[in-house]
Design a protein around this ligand. Structure first.
Ligand SMILES: Cc1ncc(COP(=O)(O)O)c(C=O)c1O
Length: 458
């Protein structure tokens, strides 16, 4: 059996396809997307995972049996885990807690050890993810801190692979590149390469609202950072490797616009990208439409959307976050997460079994269900404790009907009831049933109330 010391998967990193966007209005411009989602770890960060590990091996910072430590929003961790584990290293990652569950599960499946830390604290705080990683790297013997934010191998990876690929794939004819900034590796690497071969090329920044990057690139002023839900890009400080010298335009894109554009890209072109792809696409389209002369513009699908199925592509999560516009009634119906009139209610019928009710609760991640006769008339509500009470005496009781276990003495609130009346119901530990003469509208739980309060805060 051949035993090539280089794992086969490493040959799949880079050389990603470049496709022309054909179904969006790009004004006088031609827009191309480089599908970094096609890397084996699903993102652009496979490139730097490979480059940083190769460089550390070469200069002796990483020795056989060593440990790779990194602070990462997820994708860099996947790149490091993919390459590091394939080469036989232990991989320890510190991840902020706003990251999608899919990413964290993927990291663990790849064999990485994941430390979750707070995403609501900034540089200098003891729980800040990069400070936690630096501490771990100092504590673990033979640890190599990849430190993408300061590691020269990060921009070098883009200077030596991403940039020449774009140059070749555009037949040496490209006017602008739209990028986001996380560690600034992509921006800096591309800037260095194109300064040599095409000095007039414009770098265009796509930055989430709340990040300090766009304003800093325009005015040199470091504003106060806010928060944003897009993953992988946006910063609350300026990474040391940042080179803004070719940046000619910067667009601040809201979470709502980013998520909407990611979904549009899937609907119109069939390309499933992550949340930051929406930010980049929104900025690229704005740039393209503002031009008065034809230009050839490149941007990225930085990671795969399969990583965001529970977020960007999940209508329920989107509306809980206030990112999906739904009809506004000006009464308690605005607090219902799954409105009957929107066809979003998850319910059971009175003749369904307790097992069906339980499985439906698990699938939708809810603790109670309305019981609807003929799919519309409310006859009861069943919750986890109703099921538990009945099945404790024998699991055969899972086959009992919902009617026998549900609560049918229902106290309802009309949509125009007051907030105080709603709070009184929730304070008693009950779920509020919103219904009137026209029928059942939906349930309001404490979580719905919390989501509503958080949305109005934003
Ligand atoms: C998901 C994701 N990761 C990483 C990057 C690039 O980040 P960096 O600045 O660290 O090279 C981007 C850029 O758009 C991105 O969308």
């Amino acid at each position: 059996m051949p035993n090539d010391s280089r794992p086969a998967v490493l040959e799949l990193i880079g050389n990603t396809p470049l496709v022309r966007v054909s179904r969006f209005d790009t004004g006088p411009c031609t827009l191309f997307l480089k599908l970094e989602s096609q890397n084996p770890g699903g993102s652009i960060k496979d490139r730097i995972g490979l480059a940083m590990i190769d460089a550390a091996e070469r200069d002796g910072r990483l020795k056989p049996g060593g440990t790779i430590v990194e602070a990462t929003a997820g994708n860099t961790g996947l790149g490091l885990a993919l390459v590091g584990r394939a080469k036989g290293y232990r991989v320890v990652l510190v991840v902020p807690d706003k990251m999608s569950t899919e990413k964290v599960l993927h990291l663990k499946a790849m064999g990485a050890e994941v430390h979750i830390t707070r995403s609501d604290v900034g540089k200098g705080h003891t729980d800040y993810y990069q400070d936690v990683a630096a501490r771990l790297a100092a504590e673990i013997p033979d640890a190599f801190f990849a430190d993408q934010f300061n590691n020269p191998a990060n921009p070098l990876a883009h200077e030596c692979s991403t940039a020449p690929e774009i140059w070749a794939q555009t037949q040496h004819d490209v006017d602008a590149i739209v990028v986001g900034v996380g560690s600034a590796g992509t921006l800096t690497g591309l800037t260095r390469f194109f300064k040599r071969v095409q000095p007039d090329l414009e770098m265009v920044l796509a930055d989430p609202v709340g990040s300090v990057m766009a304003e800093y690139s325009r005015s040199g002023i470091l504003g106060k950072p806010g928060s944003w839900a897009v993953e992988g890009i946006g910063e609350d400080f300026i990474p040391s490797i940042t080179d803004l010298s070719s940046v000619r335009h910067a667009y601040s894109i809201s979470d709502e616009e980013s998520f909407d554009h990611a979904r549009q890209l899937l609907r119109t072109e069939g390309i499933l990208g992550g949340s930051s792809t929406g930010t980049l696409l929104a900025a690229a389209l704005r740039y393209c439409r503002e031009q008065t002369e034809p230009k050839r513009v490149v941007s990225f699908v930085c990671d795969t959307g399969t990583r965001y199925l529970s977020k960007v592509y999940n209508d329920q999560w989107m509306s809980d976050q206030g990112l999906l516009q739904s009809k506004h009634y000006g009464d308690l119906r605005d607090l219902i997460a799954r409105r009957f009139e929107d066809g979003r209610v998850i319910s059971v019928g009175p003749d369904d079994t307790l097992l069906t009710a339980f499985q439906r609760m698990r699938l939708a991640d809810v603790s109670q269900l309305p019981v609807l006769e003929d799919g519309k008339r409310l006859v009861g509500v069943i919750d986890e404790s109703d099921i538990l009470l009945n099945v404790q005496s024998g699991d055969a009781h899972f086959r009992m009907t919902v009617t026998s276990a549900m609560t049918d003495k229902l106290q309802t609130l009309a949509p125009d009831a007051s907030r105080a009346q709603l709070e009184a119901v929730l304070d008693r530990g009950l779920v509020a049933i919103i219904a009137d003469a026209s029928g059942f509208h939906g349930l309001i739980t404490r979580v719905d109330m919390l989501n509503h309060l958080r949305r109005t805060l934003a």
